[in-house]
Design a protein around this ligand. Structure first.
Ligand code: SF4
Ligand code: SF4
Length: 91
């Protein structure tokens, strides 16, 4: 383990998996996918930096892993069909 910051490598790294971290608690807006508009092109899946768009099998509609999704809105920005809207989380 690291004793001081001087022991850290010169780049930012994590030594632990973030799978068990509920990063979705940071979110103020959540992506909502409209099945009526979605063409299952999976651009949202490709661009999500958190791997929070889930496609179980090819041909399925994507859904959002809300345990990890931080609400950055990249998926909504990348969806050319306008099938993803960012909705405010309840306070
Ligand atoms: S980018 Fe939009 S149209 Fe494509 S799979 Fe995602 S929600 Fe559906
Ligand atoms: S809002 Fe951001 S983190 Fe959440 S599913 Fe979309 S791209 Fe991924």
């Amino acid at each position: 383990m690291y004793e001081t910051y001087r022991d850290l490598p010169p780049i930012q790294v994590t030594t632990e998996t973030t799978v068990d971290m509920p990063t979705g608690t940071w979110r103020t807006f959540r992506p909502v996918i409209s099945a009526e508009r979605c063409t299952r092109c999976y651009s949202c899946w490709k661009f999500c930096p958190d791997l929070s768009i889930v496609v179980q099998q090819e041909g399925d509609y994507p859904y959002v892993d809300l345990f990890h999704c931080k609400g950055c809105g990249i998926c909504a920005n990348e969806c050319r069909r306008g099938a993803i809207t960012m909705e405010r989380e309840p306070l």
